[in-house]
Ligand binder design. Structure first.
Ligand SMILES: C[S@@+](CC[C@H](N)C(=O)[O-])C[C@H]1O[C@@H](n2cnc3c(N)ncnc32)[C@H](O)[C@@H]1O
Length: 507
């Protein structure tokens, strides 16, 4: 039956812009209920370029960027003012924990075991045991076989879930997200990135619907993961999210493929993928940072025009390692969409670069509050979003197209201009690294082999230079009339910003 239905759907999809599932019965050897036809065709909607609505009307989907304008963007940005795990997601996670550890998971002996495991996971991480080494599983380690996953959900999941949406927002604003997208979540863990993507699309569809915009989505999400217990959790949470009424994503056909159970190094190469995410996974590979580029390149090798997102923790080692992998990927033909802009058209070395984004804190989710309801509660609270990332493409598309022009000096020349006033154009590559009295931003134009900072005492802040504070991570600013100072102890350079220095955001 499937073959006949499928070939008819293929024919209709290629010859009409719209048809109903009921109409199909005119051409089939027997009659089917619409819901049965829908069930047969659902896994094929993506390949057929079809969108089929809840009332069984099918439309040919023409692939294009998701529409955005200032109004849509500002409604979407509202969510980012108070970042938090949506209630539907909190409930889903908590229900999962309850199914695994019982209703009283946050009390008594069970809570103690979970807390111990959270602390152990953090210690392993800082000792580097998560990086490049198999985790040793002790038999009978816990009454709860999924305790590692549960600890991850309680402690790491909320921040990683929320921070990833900043990158989706950036891609949305840049017109890079499509109405038809194939996505692969590599090293998916319990489903952080997949669930975050679904939540982002849900928010977007709610906004479109409020604005009476009919935007049909056809999304296919695949994943690669080498730990079976993560795959089980992924399956349960993603299907649970799609099934739960209050998490419904309007106007969308979503297909979640069964996870590929394999190390990413040897996993089958996915077909043509639009968006590929490696979130907190590269640092766990056995290979050296520059070799990780081979793993990424192989996984993206069949994709015609993929967007690759790599996210790593913000600590010195992982952050620097990410830039080395990034550099190796550039050498393989990828280009950086963001956050780095090569303002002088020259590539940087990727060496010794520590740069991360700090969008702020998320609201403590209810389940985290419960596990932290004990002595030393700070050990179980994790709300600080801080991450290093890069977005790569193969087609030279970049977030900012700005190039240095006019009387602007490259940062590589600072040594020759110590104690002089100069003009530069740079990307802002950090939040405030100083304190409330002195604003310090890491800056980069891709030319210097030493760290450079813009330093502004707050008493020098004026209308002329405010843009330094307003600039977002990765934004490009021109600084005119800044004093060059060398910091010999730190082997770095500071550009001193006074009330007369002019700062403008240019990209
Ligand atoms: C820190 S978790 C990140 C999970 C998720 N991406 C997130 O951001 O929350 C790293 C995940 O990568 C998986 N992983 C580590 N090495 C892997 C490999 N070589 N192949 C596939 N998955 C791997 C781990 O099992 C784990 O689920």
């Amino acid at each position: 039956m499937t073959t006949e239905i499928l070939s008819l759907a293929k024919y209709l999809a290629s010859s009409r812009s719209e048809f109903t599932l009921l109409e199909m019965n005119q051409y089939l050897s027997r009659k089917y209920e619409e819901k049965d036809l829908h069930a047969v065709l659902k896994p094929h909607f993506y390949d057929l370029d079809l969108f089929c609505s809840a009332d069984y009307k099918c439309t040919k989907l023409v692939k294009g960027p998701l529409p955005s304008d200032e109004g849509i963007i500002s409604e979407l940005e509202e969510f980012f003012k108070n970042p938090e795990l949506p209630l539907s997601m909190e409930k889903l996670i908590e229900a999962y924990i309850e199914r695994s550890c019982g209703k009283n998971w946050h009390k008594g002996e069970t809570a103690t075991q979970i807390r111990e495991n959270i602390v152990k996971q953090k210690e392993e991480y800082w000792k580097g045991e998560g990086k490049g080494k198999e985790k040793v599983k002790v038999k009978g380690e816990s009454r709860y076989p999924m305790i590692r996953v549960i600890s991850y959900l309680l402690y790491h999941f909320p921040v990683y879930f929320c921070q990833y949406q900043y990158l989706l927002l950036e891609l949305f604003k840049g017109g890079v997200l499509m109405n038809k997208m194939s996505i692969v979540d590599v090293g998916s863990g319990p489903g952080t990135i997949t669930l975050s993507t679904l939540d982002f699309l849900r928010k977007l569809q709610d906004i479109y619907s409020r604005n009476k915009m009919d935007v049909k989505l056809n999304i296919r999400i695949g994943s690669i993961e080498h730990e079976l217990e993560n795959i089980r959790c992924y399956r349960e949470l993603t299907s649970g999210f799609l099934l739960s009424g209050n998490a419904n994503i309007l106007n969308s056909n979503i297909t979640i493929d069964e996870s590929v159970h394999s190390p990413v190094e040897t996993a089958p190469v996915p077909g043509d993928v639009d968006l590929m995410i490696f979130s907190n996974v590269l640092a766990e590979l056995r290979s050296l940072p520059h070799e990780r580029a081979d793993v990424v390149e192989r996984i993206a090798s069949v994709s015609k025009n993929p967007t690759l997102i790599i996210i790593e923790p913000a600590d010195l080692d992982n952050s620097k390692a990410l830039r080395v992998s990034q550099h190796a990927l550039i050498k393989k033909g990828f280009n950086v969409y963001s956050p780095c802009s090569f303002i002088w058209g020259r590539l940087c070395s990727g060496i010794n670069c520590w740069s991360f984004q700090e969008p702020g804190n998320i609201k403590v989710p209810g389940f985290m509050e419960k596990i932290a309801d004990t002595e030393d509660s700070y050990r179980y609270l994790n709300t600080d979003m801080k991450f290093s990332s890069v977005i790569l493409r193969k087609d030279r598309l970049t977030k900012h197209a700005y190039r240095a022009k006019g009387k602007i000096m490259a940062l590589s020349n600072l040594k020759k201009h110590i104690k002089k006033h100069i003009n530069v154009a740079v990307s802002v590559m950090s939040g405030n690294l100083g304190d409330e009295k002195t604003f310090v931003s890491k800056i980069c134009d891709g030319t210097a082999s030493f760290p450079c900072y813009a330093v502004m005492p707050v008493y020098h802040m004026s209308e002329n230079n405010r843009a330094l504070i307003d600039a977002g991570y990765g934004d490009i600013i021109e600084i005119s009339g800044t004093l060059v100072r060398e910091n010999v102890e730190q082997s770095s350079f500071n550009l001193f910003i006074t009330r007369n220095t002019i700062v403008n955001i240019v990209g």
